[in-house]
Design a protein around this ligand. Structure first.
Ligand code: ATP
Length: 217
């Protein structure tokens, strides 16, 4: 992200891709403007939050007019670095990793899994969804040469930290960690942790214990 966005609160920054995806849909259906109420209904974020978020981008909606879709889209494209393709490495070509390689992320934004790594000789040398699978022996050199800044971890939890220690020696600045392991990294590296089992368990817990409560933002 550009320096300009550093001032945006993190909670707002996290919602940017959500807004961006919805605005892209609006744009392709030919819509020129959108009200915060419409946006709110579509992305399920309350309209006061949307107005506050958008005020950070200098996008001030006009009463009775709403927001200009093209203006917002070009802002998001710049802010989310959509004009630049971010190359991502995936490590661990198991069930989850394979699913991501098939899915890739190009439909939603300009990130692309460019390469994958594994230790299994049966997988090394293969291509899945056009993404080549390389040996872990070559990972550091490859990531440095290709200047890859983001890695997705879909390996077994016990090996997650040792792999992270290798990533730290490259130009990787962000790790999307799908393993249950909590990773130690220097402060220059950002880790986003997605534990699918915990998310599922927590959803089931909430359904059981708070069945009729309103969802908090
Ligand atoms: P599968 O059925 O292919 O084994 P899985 O998702 O059940 O998939 P896991 O045991 O979670 O398997 O492992 C995920 C992937 O991580 C596997 O492809 C495995 O070969 C790979 N892997 C295991 N250890 C490492 C490591 N140290 N470095 C890189 N990849 C690894």
């Amino acid at each position: 992200m550009s320096n300009e966005t550093m001032k945006i609160p993190q909670a707002t920054a996290k919602r940017l891709p959500l807004y961006y995806r919805f605005l892209q849909n609006l744009h392709s259906s030919g819509k020129q403007r959108v009200s915060s109420a419409e946006l709110s209904e579509a992305v399920k974020v309350d309209s006061a939050t949307i107005r506050r978020d958008f005020s950070y981008f200098g996008a001030l909606g006009k009463k009775g007019y709403g927001y200009n879709v093209n203006y917002l889209l070009s802002f998001f494209r710049k802010t989310l670095d959509q004009d630049e393709l971010t190359k991502v490495a995936l490590i661990g070509v198991g069930n989850l990793g394979t699913a991501f390689l098939h899915y890739n992320f190009l439909k939603n934004n300009n990130t692309k899994i460019a390469c994958a790594f594994d230790v299994d000789p049966e997988k090394i040398g293969d291509s899945i969804g056009d993404v080549p699978v390389y040996s872990m022996d070559d990972i550091e050199q490859y990531l440095i040469e290709e200047n890859i800044s983001v890695a997705i971890l879909t390996v077994p939890a016990p090996v997650a930290q040792q792999i992270t220690d290798k990533l730290v020696k490259t130009n990787v600045k962000g790790i999307l960690n799908f393993t249950p392991a909590r990773l130690n990294v220097p402060s220059s590296i950002r880790v986003h942790h997605i534990d699918l089992a915990v998310e599922l368990q927590s959803l089931v817990y909430f359904l059981k214990h708070y069945p009729n409560d309103e969802v908090e933002e």
